[in-house]
Design a protein around this ligand. Structure first.
Ligand SMILES: *[C@@H]1O[C@H](CO)[C@@H](O)[C@H](O)[C@H]1NC(C)=O
Ligand SMILES: *[C@@H]1O[C@H](CO)[C@@H](O)[C@H](O)[C@H]1NC(C)=O
Ligand SMILES: *[C@@H]1O[C@H](CO)[C@@H](O)[C@H](O)[C@H]1NC(C)=O
Ligand SMILES: *[C@@H]1O[C@H](CO)[C@@H](O)[C@H](O)[C@H]1NC(C)=O
Ligand SMILES: *[C@@H]1O[C@H](CO)[C@@H](O)[C@H](O)[C@H]1NC(C)=O
Ligand SMILES: *[C@@H]1O[C@H](CO)[C@@H](O)[C@H](O)[C@H]1NC(C)=O
Length: 181
């Protein structure tokens, strides 16, 4: 199946990447924009939903119908020690950190730092492998982002898929950071 093949390739990419780890010394990024690359390979920015604090893959990150606003990110490299992905609003106000929300069908969202202690440390999972955003789940690197359609056209909810479960979205996406935008 096409999607499985895609995930497999993605998985291999990460494993091969790990082998090449020493050669891929790319640093952390600050003030970066995150883009989701879908199966049709168009890159859409990842925006913040003001209604629910969740992240959305959006053709227009300022889509006011869906109440979206753009974010910039400070991201660590996987070689770094700190795996907290911090988001900032356009006005410079801190938005919070990226977090997978199991209680919300594994939607990926942003929560303020004040909830980190309550979250038991699971927030500190995201970092960059080269320019790709990956999740460190107890030393296993994972990249299982999916885009899930919403009631708005051109807006997809960013979700996470747990190993071997049914995909919780419409199509897989690779999330990459770019400092140049
Ligand atoms: C982040 O990038 C934006 C757009 O390129 C720029 O306007 C802003 O000054 C930058 N902020 C920081 C803290 O570098
Ligand atoms: C991907 O292609 C599908 C079908 O053509 C389209 O509906 C969807 O909006 C596209 N998604 C992105 C992120 O470009
Ligand atoms: C995110 O914020 C926390 C708390 O301020 C900080 O410890 C961490 O280094 C930041 N992460 C990045 C990648 O800058
Ligand atoms: C900055 O923008 C965010 C999102 O729109 C908003 O929640 C926040 O109150 C704003 N902060 C300031 C100081 O205007
Ligand atoms: C949460 O933290 C407590 C105390 O450190 C620990 O015993 C427990 O295993 C943690 N739970 C998870 C799911 O990590
Ligand atoms: C992390 O791994 C544990 C144990 O393998 C699993 O139960 C959990 O669902 C994983 N979490 C994510 C976000 O993948």
């Amino acid at each position: 199946m096409q999607l499985r093949a895609f995930l497999f390739l993605l998985f291999c990419h990460i494993r091969i990447g790990l082998a090449l780890h020493e050669h891929v010394k790319r640093g952390a990024e600050t003030n970066a924009t995150l883009y989701a690359y879908g199966t049709n390979s168009s890159a859409w920015p990842i925006a913040y939903g003001l209604n629910d604090g969740l992240l959305y893959v959006a053709e227009n990150p300022e889509n006011s119908d869906a109440n979206l606003t753009p974010l910039t990110w400070d991201l660590a490299s996987i070689t770094g020690e700190c795996w907290i992905a911090n988001a900032t609003f356009v006005n410079g106000t801190r938005a919070g950190c990226m977090y997978i929300m199991p209680e919300d069908e594994y939607a990926v969202g942003v929560l303020p730092m004040t909830r980190v202690a309550y979250l038991n440390g699971t927030v500190s999972g995201f970092a960059l492998f080269a320019s790709q955003l990956v999740y460190n789940n107890n030393t296993l690197l994972e990249a299982q982002f999916w885009a899930k359609s919403t009631e708005y056209s051109g807006v997809y909810g960013l979700t996470w898929t747990i190993d071997d479960s049914a995909p919780s979205g419409d199509f897989p996406v690779v999330v990459k950071a770019s400092e140049d935008s």
